[in-house]
Design a protein around this ligand. Structure first.
Ligand SMILES: *Cc1c(COP(=O)(O)O)cnc(C)c1O
Length: 394
């Protein structure tokens, strides 16, 4: 048991040596499978952050500029920031190390005078998964709103949770939305309604658009259309976009100047960052266009799993398949040994798992996953069957 586990560990940490292309669902060769040092490939469904840099990316890094970004003297970083400002319809952009940093910088730049608060969906990353950063960095409280439709919060729900200025309160200053959230697309009409209502009340609009490209690619709505509804947006380059490192914050010039100052304060000013910016641009150009095929594969996967009796926690809009195995009487833990034996990695607890697809997952991986589930469910039923017979005999 120990030997295969060790082998697997060294395999996942080894630098990727080369790519081989396999046909995917749409047969367009956009989903190359990673082969690690000629060893057995790994299919990692735990997140879209797990994508490994390719040889092509290392070639791009070699050609990147090598200036100092704290001095704002790196051309690759400046080019990426200019490109992002333009494509999102904002004046300026700031390239940072993580989405947590760009979200927290964005919020902190809006939140200048406590007491104050942020209103957001109760499932938001900024609220749940950023180590309580809103209270730490911005000294703000949060009003988490439950989305009654299970997909997105509405203008009515946000309006109903705004806190008015009063001697006793921490008034709402920022409305923070997330798109996509658990892979769910936030409808642009609802975003527009929230933006209009909030701006009418003098509130700032922030978007956690860690996966905004997924929403944009799926709906055909350009980033700049979303951009019109927000004063600041954070977009991740290391999720489905496939870059090893980076996130972008966009806003107006004054806003980004202030965020740049705060980035230095947070210790996030970086020096020769050009190789990361150039790689991110390469990924925007080459991997973002493969997202629709990834989404199609996620749909196919969800349909295959539903046909086995597994249920979905939320509908599949983009690259995530949130499953619940309770209806077939198995847990995620029950699946893990058989999946690991095939070098398939998933996360989850109890009967729930979030399966995330990305450009290094292809149809063969999905079919292999579905087959394992099928086999485990069948073997459970075989074990369960004699007990049922016994029960009937009594
Ligand atoms: C991943 C993610 C972030 C940022 O995460 P980092 O790991 O800090 O880059 C922010 N928001 C959402 C919705 C995310 O999924």
């Amino acid at each position: 048991m120990i030997a295969p586990l060790l082998a697997r560990r060294s395999l996942s940490s080894t630098v990727v040596s080369r790519l081989y292309i396999q046909n995917n669902l749409s047969n367009d060769q956009t989903h190359p499978k990673l082969e690690v040092d000629g060893a057995r490939k790994v299919a990692d469904f735990r997140s879209d952050t797990v994508t490994a840099p390719t040889d092509e990316m290392f070639e791009v890094m070699k050609k990147a500029s090598r200036g100092d970004d704290v001095f704002q003297e790196d051309n690759s970083v400046r080019d990426l920031e200019a490109y992002m400002a333009e494509t999102t319809g904002h004046q300026d952009a700031l390239f940072c190390s993580s989405g947590t940093l760009t979200n927290q910088l964005g919020l902190c730049t809006h939140l200048t005078t406590p007491p104050h608060s942020v209103v957001c969906d109760s499932r938001s990353h900024v609220y749940l998964w950023e180590a309580g950063g809103i209270s730490f960095h911005s000294r703000a409280s949060v009003s988490p709103v439950i989305a009654r439709n299970g997909i997105h919060v509405t203008a009515e729900e946000i309006e109903g949770n705004l806190i008015e200025a009063d001697l006793h309160t921490a008034p709402t200053r920022v409305v923070s939305l997330e798109n996509t959230l658990s892979g769910l697309i936030f409808p642009i009409e609802e975003i527009r309604a929230i933006s209009e209502m909030s701006r009418g009340r003098g509130l700032a609009m922030h978007l956690d658009g860690a996966r905004l490209w997924n929403a944009s690619q799926e709906t055909g709505i350009p980033l700049s259309e979303y951009g019109k509804c927000f004063d600041s947006m954070s977009l991740c380059l290391s999720k489905g976009v496939g870059a090893p490192i980076g996130s972008i914050l966009v806003g107006n010039r004054e806003f980004i100047n202030r965020a740049r100052h705060l980035r230095k304060l947070f210790g996030g000013g970086w020096r020769q960052a050009g190789f990361m910016a150039a790689t991110a641009q390469y990924c925007i150009d080459n991997i973002v266009p493969t997202m629709p095929a990834t989404h199609k594969l996620a749909k196919y996967m969800s349909e295959s799993l539903v046909s086995l009796g597994i249920s979905l926690q939320v509908p599949v809009h983009t690259n995530m398949v949130l499953i619940d195995t309770a209806p077939v009487g198995i847990t995620i833990q029950d699946l893990m040994p058989s999946l690991l034996a095939k070098n398939i990695k998933i996360g989850g607890m109890g009967t729930k798992s979030r399966l995330v697809l990305h450009h290094q997952i292809n149809k063969e991986d999905v079919d292999e996953f579905v087959q394992v589930v099928k086999d485990v469910v069948a073997s459970r039923q075989e074990v369960a069957a004699p007990q049922q017979v016994a029960a009937q005999a009594c």
